[in-house]
Design a binder for this molecule. Structure first.
Ligand code: HDE
Length: 701
């Protein structure tokens, strides 16, 4: 008898050699998705102990043989990939885009044209300048990038929350970003434009004036990703079934309106909740307050000059006012799902402006042309090779047969022997597709001219559009813009840079230039504002219009003796408006006894004003003048938030010095709810704005 007798091979095996039942080991799960009931190694072997290394004796040396130890630490060592060179900090969400059919006459792309067609999307919002761990609320442009998984392939619309860009030519992008990123010696400041090199750049490149002005306006500090517009920035060419073309500019309009933080809120949030926007988006989606935007287009004839009424459609520092060419709605975006895994989805998602589908073509905008190179190129480093479209979040939801082979992290197992086209070896597959088969057939267009490093003469007009933008802002937005310039330039060391910026501002508006100069303690600059088109009301965001309140938060200041029935009634009333209520008390735990209990959702220690859109003081709230509660109330007052109080809650407001417009008091909850809701619909109590204007800003002239 041999010492190791083999099992009888004639009986069917029920278990693998390791004792693992085959069906459990194989399953129908994708092993890359990290399923299964047991801890395993990357090669799928079950691991008995992940807390102790294999050692020669309890107190002995660790053995190199411990493959689990080596793999666990080695994988961890390589967990990070390079962050995006720009737009490193972001938040993403899944959703659906539904076309309303009105674009059918201008494009053959079903994603935009086919009425009722639902296309899955993944949207990533971002700041531009900060590192991956930087604060959400820095003054900056916001990215608004949408990946449409269409039936014709993936289309990426990679836009921003502002309709213009700093530069006109892609070749200047590295210079712009080098100037705006932290300084190369000290690597400060993080995520800020308030430093010398940024202002040096934008004052030397006056084409940046328009975008810089948008950044200094309230658009630079959005209240929420859910409350931002989005813009494709460039003109795109749409092509219909008859091969007719138009030029369009894309715009996302949020259902909740366009709203911003106050500068104080933005600064507070950088310390107390750097994840402010990320949390807001995820919380809203989790609560079922699905953010929505309408996608609209401004449509222009595709004429030889590529201009509209003298406005150059190839110059990304210009807009066409909506009063001249209205935005026509062609569909709706609804974000309905949070990512399951931040890294796999939000970090690994990779957009490429060069990814378009039949019916959507490019224009000669030199910025867009350069981007079409940059996005593919950057993924090669960031995602480690040319197969980044195979990552789950980037995968097209249509068959891919591109004859591309091999490369780092090839995840497919391509079949066949002839990865070239045409071929006869693999049955002539794959075949090119013509127009009728949905091929991306470019509509022929004339190109002529000399080879030069020059731009059109119209690109030289750098001031008429910023002057129009400033003239279009509401008074309170103008004040904020003056404050923002005064703050940012106040952080600049070089006097010459400040003076140069003031010289630029003189081309926009005399009051703006002289008030900023006054705030800086410098003489008012000389100069004459540029002539401009009439103000465009669509560019102002404080207009008196009321917006839905979905996903807004209200703090209820309460204590052990508070009127819990009143709080319950308030919760019910606000819930009907999509508003969530958070009860705040000096200590954690519960208020009340028996059935009638209320969980304390925030304490005076964990709460801060920035989290809430309004503050209500309940009847029976503590009257001890707790300093933390008082700070919250006074901050909310400066942040122009509505207040309400019922019963003796009004005393708490009075003690904290809260009074004036937007403060509603009454005997019971019913007496204050309607006023509170109406005031929240305006986003802030703008009537109070003058009372809290920063002292750095001299009174308006
Ligand atoms: Fe980008 N931009 N960009 N950009 N951009 C990137 O691509 C670039 C520009 C925008 O959430 C990078 O994947 C050049 C305009 C967004 O993943 C990079 C130029 C607009 C995002 C790049 C521009 C944008 C990026 C870095 C000048 C608004 C984040 C990582 C021609 C219309 C997308 C990456 C996301 C990201 C290059 C100008 C928007 C380096 C060369 C104009 C929203 O490829």
């Amino acid at each position: 008898m041999p010492p190791h007798r083999l099992a009888d091979q004639s009986a069917p095996a029920q278990v693998s050699a390791s004792g693992v039942p085959f069906e459990a080991a194989a399953g129908d799960r994708d092993p890359r998705a990290q399923g299964g009931d047991h801890l395993t190694s990357p090669n799928g072997v079950r691991i008995p102990d992940t807390d102790h290394a294999l050692k020669a004796g309890r107190r002995g040396p660790t053995l190199l043989e411990d493959f689990h130890l080596r793999e666990k630490i080695s994988h961890f060592d390589h967990e990070r990939i390079p962050e995006r060179a720009v737009h490193a900090r972001g938040a993403g969400a899944h959703g659906v885009f539904t076309a309303n059919g009105s674009a059918a006459s201008i494009t053959r792309a079903p994603v935009l044209a086919e009425k009722g067609l639902e296309t899955p999307v993944f949207v990533r919002f971002s700041t531009v300048l900060g590192s991956r761990g930087s604060a959400d609320t820095a003054r900056d442009t916001r990215g608004f990038a949408t990946k449409f998984y269409t039936k014709e392939g993936t289309w990426d619309l990679v836009g921003n929350n502002m309709p213009v860009f700093f530069i006109q030519e892609a070749i200047k992008f590295p210079d712009l970003i080098h100037a705006a990123k932290p300084s190369p010696n000290r690597e400060i400041p993080q995520a800020q434009s308030a430093h010398d090199s940024f202002w040096d750049f934008v004052s030397l490149h006056t084409e940046a004036t328009h975008h810089t002005l948008w950044n200094m306006s309230d658009r630079g500090i959005p209240r929420s990703y859910r409350m931002m517009e989005g813009f494709g920035v460039h003109s795109f060419r749409l092509v219909n079934q008859d091969r007719e073309t138009v030029l369009v500019q894309f715009k996302w309009t949020p259902k909740l309106g366009v709203h911003s933080l106050t500068w104080e809120e933005a600064q507070l949030a950088m310390g107390t909740d750097p994840d402010f926007h990320r949390r807001d988006l995820a919380d809203a989606i989790e609560a079922g307050a699905y953010p929505e935007w309408e996608l609209g287009v401004q449509v222009f004839p595709d004429n030889e000059e590529q201009t509209y009424e003298g406005i150059d459609l190839l110059d990304s520092t210009k807009i066409v006012p909506e009063e001249m060419v209205p935005v026509q709605t062609i569909g709706t975006l609804r974000l309905t799902g949070n990512p399951t895994n931040y890294f796999a989805e939000t970090e690994q998602v990779a957009y490429n402006t060069g990814h378009v589908v039949p019916g959507i073509e490019f224009t000669n905008d030199p910025l867009l042309q350069g981007r079409n190179f940059s996005y593919q190129d950057t993924q090669l480093t960031r995602l480690g090779g040319p197969n980044w479209t195979q990552l789950p979040i980037n995968r097209p939801q249509v068959p891919v047969n591109d004859n591309h082979r091999d490369g780092f992290m090839q995840q497919g197992i391509p079949t066949g022997e002839a990865p070239y086209s045409p071929n006869t070896v693999d049955g002539e597959s794959p075949q090119p597709a013509d127009w009728d088969e949905g091929g991306y057939v470019v509509v022929p267009r004339e190109v002529q001219g000399q080879v030069v490093r020059e731009v059109a003469a119209s690109f030289e007009d750098h001031f008429s559009q910023p002057a129009m933008f400033y003239a279009s802002l509401s008074d309170v937005e103008k004040t904020h813009t003056i404050e923002a310039y005064t703050f940012e330039l106040g952080k600049v060391y070089e006097q010459a840079i400040k003076e140069r910026v003031l010289g630029v501002l003189a081309n926009i508006d005399t009051e703006l230039a002289s008030l900023v100069a006054e705030g800086l303690g410098l003489p008012a600059p000389k100069g004459k504002p540029a002539e401009h088109l009439p103000p465009s009301p669509a560019l102002a965001q404080v207009t008196g219009e009321s917006f839905p309140l979905d996903g807004r938060l209200v703090a209820v200041v309460a204590g052990p003796d508070s009127d819990l029935a009143g709080i319950a009634a308030l919760r019910e009333a606000l819930d009907a408006e999509g508003v969530q209520l958070k009860v705040l008390a000096p200590r954690g735990g519960k208020l009340g006894t028996g059935k009638n209990q209320q969980v304390v959702e925030r304490t005076n220690v964990t709460a801060r004003s920035i989290e809430f859109d309004a503050v209500v003081v309940a009847d029976g709230a503590p009257k001890d003048g707790d300093i933390k509660a008082t700070v919250l109330l006074q901050e909310a007052l400066r942040q122009l938030k509505p207040f309400a109080a019922w019963g003796d809650g009004a005393e708490v407001l009075t003690t904290a010095g809260v009074s004036g417009p937007g403060v509603f008091t009454g005997k019971g909850v019913d007496d204050v709810v309607a006023d509170l809701v109406a005031a929240m619909g305006q986003h802030r109590v703008w009537e109070r704005a003058d009372l809290v204007t920063a002292s750095a800003v001299p009174p308006a002239v």
